[in-house]
Design a binder for this molecule. Structure first.
Ligand code: PFF
Length: 427
């Protein structure tokens, strides 16, 4: 559930609809689902297994498993990626907190399509307000790590996750009853081959990495908490199914509403924030449903930011362990939070940093991290240490081990290289 909490977040509800909207809807969806099968499944399993085998986070795990420090760069990359993501992720989490407050105060009730877009712009125009709302989730995340209450959050997400899904199901039901919503379903589910460009494929792959939290070692840490008897494959399947379900539900809610109310599917990062309030107006209990939804969205975002910040905190602790004065966990939390606030302020003041950190982290850094992880396990570990990191669950047969290794050695690295180089126009 903790790993699902890391995976399910703004990537599913905020990013998926807007990236799909900008990249042709149905075409993007098909490529995205293929990426989930091709990269998501093997890489999720691999990260869990690295953590489970080594009992460590990325920094310690690569060293412990390889027996040397040659692969240490990979953990540096993971840590840097977490930083880059946190900068813009906290800005958007801040928008969610802002909208939660607005929902409580009933501020967007009765606003039309254009007014909702203008309302979002007004919120964005106050930089101090954006910074303030961005700092709130940073402090909450730091508080969870400081007091070590992740366990409580994990238990809580067992109730909140189904609640979020239930509410989304209800919203989908309401949206699909609105006149003109079928055009949105067609946009989201109609596959048009002509829409598939190298850029669409790269964005879909990036979204897959981002949404599943893979390619940056976050799930290595979660794997290190796994009890011995836990089945890595079953856990990976559960996380993937849940994550994909939430993304699909978000699409089924947003696109029909976009077309029914006359929004533009390629609106960009503000898409869900302008469309959602219009949907709540149509619900039986608009105030309650909007407050509940934004509260759940904030919690979903926080369970993801916890795993992001944990990557950096664990890195600092493990990297400084052999120093004369190793850093304590709480010192690491303080340092990380301070740096994240600097990044957050930069993202607020320089929109280019916001836009590029999203693109660069999902389409370059995470794929590079995934490539490194696949080569590390597929070529280095499996050769040096026999079956050091492989799916060793008793029910998995030998052929599927071989298939797993084949995918990790050849398919994953080659496909990533091809997609990124092609998407960036280098090939
Ligand atoms: N998977 C999260 C989401 O979809 O919102 C974002 C994320 C969390 C990415 C943790 C990476 C990570 F390590």
């Amino acid at each position: 559930m903790a790993a699902a909490g890391s995976a399910v977040g703004l990537g599913n509800i905020w990013k998926f609809p807007y990236v799909a909207g900008e990249n042709g809807g149905g075409a993007f969806l098909v490529v995205y689902l293929l990426c989930v099968l091709l990269f998501g499944m093997p890489l999720l399993m691999t990260e869990f297994m690295i953590g489970k085998r080594s009992g460590k986070s990325a920094h310690g795990a690569f060293r412990a498993l390889s027996g040397n420090s040659r692969w240490q760069w990979l953990s540096w990359l993971c840590m840097l990626t977490a930083f880059v993501i946190m900068g813009f992720y906290f800005v958007v989490t801040g928008w969610c907190f802002n909208y939660l407050v607005e929902a409580v105060m009933n501020s967007f009730s009765g606003l039309g399509t254009q007014e909702l877009t203008a309302h979002f712009d007004t919120i964005q125009s106050s930089k101090p307000r954006m910074i303030l709302f961005g700092i709130v989730p940073v402090l909450l995340t730091a508080g969870v790590l400081w007091f070590d209450v992740n366990k409580g959050i994990e238990r809580l997400s067992k109730i909140l996750m189904p609640l979020l899904l239930g509410l989304m199901l209800l919203m989908a039901g309401v949206v699909l009853m609105i006149d003109g919503s079928s055009a949105g379903m067609r946009f989201f589910f109609r596959f048009d081959m002509a829409q598939i460009t190298p850029r669409v494929v790269m964005e879909a792959m990036g979204q897959c990495f981002f949404s599943l939290s893979i390619g940056m070692g976050a799930l290595i840490t979660y794997g290190s908490y796994m009890p011995k008897g836990q089945n890595v494959i079953a856990t990976s399947v559960q996380v993937i199914v849940l994550d994909t379900l939430v993304a699909l539900m978000a699409g089924v809610i947003i696109f029909p509403a976009v077309f029914a109310f006359g929004f533009d599917p390629a609106e960009g990062p503000q898409l869900v924030f302008v469309v959602l309030p219009a949907i709540f107006e149509k619900m039986t209990l608009p105030w309650l449903s909007s407050v509940l939804f934004f509260a759940l969205l904030c919690i979903a975002a926080i369970t993801s930011t916890i795993s992001l910040m944990e990557v950096v905190v664990a890195f600092i602790c493990e990297a400084s362990a052999n120093n004369k004065r190793p850093l304590h966990r709480r010192q690491a939390v303080l340092i990380t939070s301070a740096l994240v606030i600097v990044l957050l302020v930069t993202c607020v003041f320089v929109p280019e940093v916001f836009n590029y950190s999203d693109l660069v982290s999902s389409c370059v850094m995470m794929p590079l991290g995934a490539l490194g992880t696949a080569v590390f396990v597929g070529w280095i570990l499996s050769r040096k240490k026999g079956k050091a990191v492989q799916p060793n669950e008793s029910w998995i047969k030998c052929w599927s081990r071989k298939f797993y290794l084949f995918v990790l050695r050849f398919i994953v690295p080659l496909a990533i290289l091809l997609i990124v180089l092609n998407g960036l126009g280098i090939l």
